[in-house]
Design a binder for this molecule. Structure first.
Ligand SMILES: C[S@@+](CC[C@H](N)C(=O)[O-])C[C@H]1O[C@@H](n2cnc3c(N)ncnc32)[C@H](O)[C@@H]1O
Length: 444
């Protein structure tokens, strides 16, 4: 049933002449540009933010990809946006992606062009969330009450629609987690907290909290980790002096527990074998107080460049990088590493709050490929742990097949290793992301 009965003039303007509209907005934005660093919880949207939301949705539909990259490119192209607009569009886009299937379930898009579909979806989202728009802004005229009834009834009859995930993924999670799956999906569909880690190479968590408080930015000390702060409200802290000086890193609270569990000491030889952009590498360096040798490896060297840039800002002096794709790159480290971190590639099911698009990017073959990668990584890198040394295997997944079952399989085949401690953090039970980490020791 087609429920849209009209397409407003503004929509035609979006399709045909949005550049004109855009230049008008640039002028408008230049006039009201301000330096506010804290963002908002969206209650109001205007022409510009609805236009940007529509465009972000369109780009995602045309070429599904990472939400942050889509927004980054969009914001780069549409110069002159202020933090409030960026924050507002980001929040709406992420929230829409979290509820995409549910929102679409009440609509019939047949006969509409991609840009029209995106506009309709963005408008339905605005109405569904009861976000206020200026009276002058015409949203599509459709029977919203009937739409909501359809959405509610679809949600009631199909939990995969209710939690906005593909059917196959709902079935997979149910098989792995049983009744817990729905509870976790519910938690994963909420908005994440903004957390950071005070960089103890340059400051203390108390000093950083005070510096923020002096600027009217309020945050609370995290309870489960030593140096975490949870912001009272989301904001663009990239613009702060403290960020430029490397006094903190954006890092989820659960993620901060990984390096703490590995517990590297100053002077040790420590390896972060799947370092990526270095989120946990920098934490390891801070725990090592810049003393000892820290080796960061990844098979994608561009990520290591980002890691090095971040390390410089954070005042990390003891990190060296290794291209994991080079054959025999790790031979010199066999049996020598005191502490090894294996933060392996995974489905990221624990971080769907932060990356809501992941559920739409996964394929039914993804999990199987990841299992193989995880098995190979743990088997090939564990040989570097020295006798008496320790390693942490971690994922940001909540699926046992990527976590406990991988560790059990490894231990069953390697009697010289033993499980010291295992932590599974579920999104429904923590203030941070869903994470798994196992501390594994090698016999002396
Ligand atoms: C979960 S991410 C790591 C995130 C990172 N530790 C952080 O905290 O930001 C997994 C990383 O493993 C890398 N990777 C995949 N296979 C690898 C391999 N065989 N050796 C080393 N790194 C690998 C991927 O490129 C990816 O950057």
């Amino acid at each position: 049933m087609i429920i849209i009965t009209g397409v407003p003039d503004y929509f035609m303007l979006l399709c045909c002449g949005y550049k004109v509209l855009w230049y008008k907005h640039i002028l408008f934005l230049l006039l009201r540009f301000n330096k506010t660093t804290m963002a908002i919880t969206v209650k109001h949207a205007d022409e510009l933010t609805l236009f940007l939301l529509t465009e972000a949705v369109r780009r995602f539909e045309v070429e599904p990809g990472y939400a942050d990259k889509i927004l980054q490119r969009l914001f780069l192209e549409k110069k002159g946006l202020n933090n409030r607009d960026r924050g507002c569009v980001s929040e709406m886009f992420y929230d829409l992606l979290r509820n995409k299937r549910l929102l679409e379930s009440g609509m019939n898009f047949s006969g509409y062009k991609p840009i029209e579909r995106s506009y309709l979806l963005a408008s339905a989202y605005i109405l569904w969330r009861d976000i206020q728009v200026p009276k002058r802004l015409e949203l599509p005229r459709f029977n919203f009450k009937a739409y909501l009834t359809r959405v509610a009834s679809n949600a009631e009859s199909n939990p995969a629609i209710r939690f906005s995930v593909p059917d196959w993924l709902f079935v997979l999670g149910k098989a792995e987690l049983g009744d817990r799956w729905e509870k976790e999906l519910d938690a994963l569909n909420s908005s994440p907290l903004q957390a950071l880690r005070a960089n103890t190479l340059k400051t203390t968590v108390d000093d950083l909290q005070q510096k923020f408080a002096d600027q009217g930015i309020n945050c609370t000390k995290a309870t489960d980790v030593a140096n975490g702060l949870v912001m009272d409200r989301k904001g663009n802290l990239f613009l702060t002096h403290e960020f430029h000086e490397g006094l903190f890193e954006f890092q989820d609270i659960s993620s901060q527990r990984v390096a703490e569990l590995l517990d590297p000491k100053p002077g040790m030889l420590v390896m972060d074998a799947c370092a990526g952009n270095g989120g946990k590498t920098l934490h390891l360096a801070a725990l090592m107080e810049n003393k000892g040798r820290l080796v960061a490896a990844d098979n994608l060297v561009y990520k290591l460049s980002t890691m090095r840039r971040r390390a410089q800002r954070a005042g990390v002096l003891n990190v060296e990088s290794v291209d994991a794709a080079i054959p025999n790159a790790f031979l010199p480290f066999h049996d020598l590493v005191d502490r090894l971190l294996l933060d392996v590639p995974c489905t990221g099911t624990g971080v769907w709050r932060r990356n809501p698009e992941a559920r739409w990017l996964m394929k039914d073959t993804t999990l199987e490929n990841l299992h193989t990668q995880q098995r190979e990584i743990i088997a090939s890198y564990s040989v570097m742990v020295k006798p008496g040394g320790q390693m942490v295997y971690s994922t940001c997944s909540i699926l046992p097949s990527e976590n406990r079952l991988q560790v059990e399989a490894f231990l069953a085949q390697n009697s010289n290793f033993y499980l010291v401690k295992e932590i599974q953090l579920f999104p429904s039970e923590t203030e941070g992301d869903g994470f798994y980490m196992a501390l594994i020791g090698r016999n002396a």
